[in-house]
Ligand binder design. Structure first.
Ligand code: FES
Length: 125
């Protein structure tokens, strides 16, 4: 019932871990199940150059987290904001309908990380 991309990102998640010198951090909890994702981004100019995650959640949430960290690298902040939960699910070859709520975590944590970065960058100027 899971695509081969989901299984691959679940079994071999990319970019797991903390980023102590992150420029932006976003934390999102899923009200449906209580799972939590933390997403870290490193920004150079207006481009995301690195991303990492820590997720306490189901297999789909781990696969979503892993995929989203891969998708954002090299994107500008505005481009990264266009990454919707549907786009992450699509990149993973689809998610079962009852698991679509898991992709919210990734998209929302990413938005929060970008907001966090923008707030910090704004307060420096
Ligand atoms: Fe909680 Fe998937 S069941 S994020």
């Amino acid at each position: 019932m899971y695509s081969k991309e989901v299984m691959d990102h679940f079994m071999n998640p990319r970019n797991v871990g903390e980023m102590p010198d992150a420029d932006g951090v976003g934390v999102e909890g899923n009200p449906v199940c209580g799972d939590v994702m933390k997403l870290f981004i490193k920004v150079d100019g207006d481009r995301i150059v690195d991303a990492k995650f820590q997720t306490f959640g189901c297999g789909a949430a781990i696969a979503v987290s892993s995929m989203i960290t891969e998708m954002v690298k090299g994107k500008t902040l505005d481009e990264a904001l266009q990454i919707s939960k549907e786009k992450v699910a699509e990149a993973l070859g689809g998610l079962p309908p009852q698991k679509m709520h898991c992709s919210n975590l990734g998209a929302d944590a990413l938005k929060k990380a970008i907001e966090d970065y923008r707030q910090k960058a704004g307060s420096k100027n």
